[in-house]
Design a protein around this ligand. Structure first.
Ligand code: SF4
Length: 293
């Protein structure tokens, strides 16, 4: 297969930084029309660099898993250190429009959250995740070399307070935050921040996934489980690979392995374009099966 010359992820990342199409063209080349198609997610994702060490590709992406003794895996951090940014000095919004992610989408088109714009938050993978995560090595972030990862801590939480309140004023009917494109709930205080924002910003709706479900051993998980149980209608966080019948996900190697009670993510099967056009994760409590990548 011939490698493409324009990196679609880089184009979307530059667009997320508010660069204009001519500015993006100056950085990566290509025609303005083609760049606009990439930004709108109308051009398929294709591999940028398939090495001979890669496993077979999934949806055009090379599947690679770092060795267990590489420093990022041992130290519990991203492979791409330079992409971790300080929220205190970050010159862009920490909550990005879902428009920049073809898998997520700009605004919900069906169901009880119809019409709500979607925003995403990306933290640092592994550095915020429990070691028990089934995808510690196979994290999706391993193939996201251009995503900005917001560093955890007080500066991030201050920015979130500010931006969630501003979004509540801008979108009076409601808006959605997808937690977390990468990363996880990293402290009890951080869970409490979302709890407070849910109480104080009625427009806020959240969906996403967390590997923190072991409430008996992990106090962060205990706080998170309590919040999900109390607020599922507006805080639809599913527990990844958790041994529970509802509000969970299950990882499978092939759709054939999906348990009977689970629904395989329609976006992965090419049956819907994005979360925005699906809504299954917050419309239903049935387990959702994800094909590992
Ligand atoms: S099931 Fe639907 S909402 Fe959930 S991740 Fe897949 S596309 Fe998104």
């Amino acid at each position: 297969m011939r490698a493409r010359t324009i990196d679609h992820d880089q184009v979307r990342a530059l667009h997320a930084e508010n660069l204009t199409v001519p500015q993006i063209k100056a950085r990566v080349g290509g025609s303005p029309a083609y760049l606009r198609l990439i930004i709108k997610g109308k051009v398929g994702i294709k591999p940028t660099n398939i090495s001979r060490q890669s496993a077979l590709s999934l949806a055009g992406r090379p599947a690679k898993i770092p060795a267990f003794d590489t420093s990022a895996i041992v130290e519990g951090r991203t492979v791409y250190r330079s992409t971790v940014v300080d929220p205190g000095s970050y010159g862009f919004d920490v909550l990005k429009s879902g428009f920049n992610s073809s898998k997520i989408g700009k605004a919900v088109t069906k169901g009880r959250w119809k019409g709500f714009p979607i925003y995403t938050l990306t933290l640092e993978e592994r550095a915020t995740c429990p070691l028990s995560c089934r995808h510690w090595r196979s994290c999706y972030g391993n193939s996201m070399q251009h995503a900005h990862r917001l560093a955890r801590g007080a500066a991030l939480e201050a920015r979130l307070e500010q931006e969630v309140r501003a979004l509540g004023r801008r979108h009076r009917r409601g808006f959605v935050v997808r937690l977390h494109v990468l990363g996880d709930f990293y402290s009890v205080a951080y869970v409490a921040l979302w709890q407070r924002l849910l109480a104080e910003v009625p427009q806020l709706h959240v969906f996403g996934f967390s590997a923190r479900w072991d409430a008996e051993r992990d106090p962060i998980a205990a706080a998170l489980v309590r919040l999900v149980l109390a607020k599922w209608n507006r805080f639809a966080i599913r527990f990844s690979d958790a041994p529970i019948d509802e509000c969970s996900t299950v990882s499978v190697e092939t759709p054939l392995q999906a348990p009977a009670e689970a629904i395989v993510c329609p976006q992965q099967l090419g049956r819907t374009v994005a979360c925005a056009t699906c809504g299954l994760c917050w419309q239903s409590k049935r387990p959702v099966a994800f094909i590992t990548h």
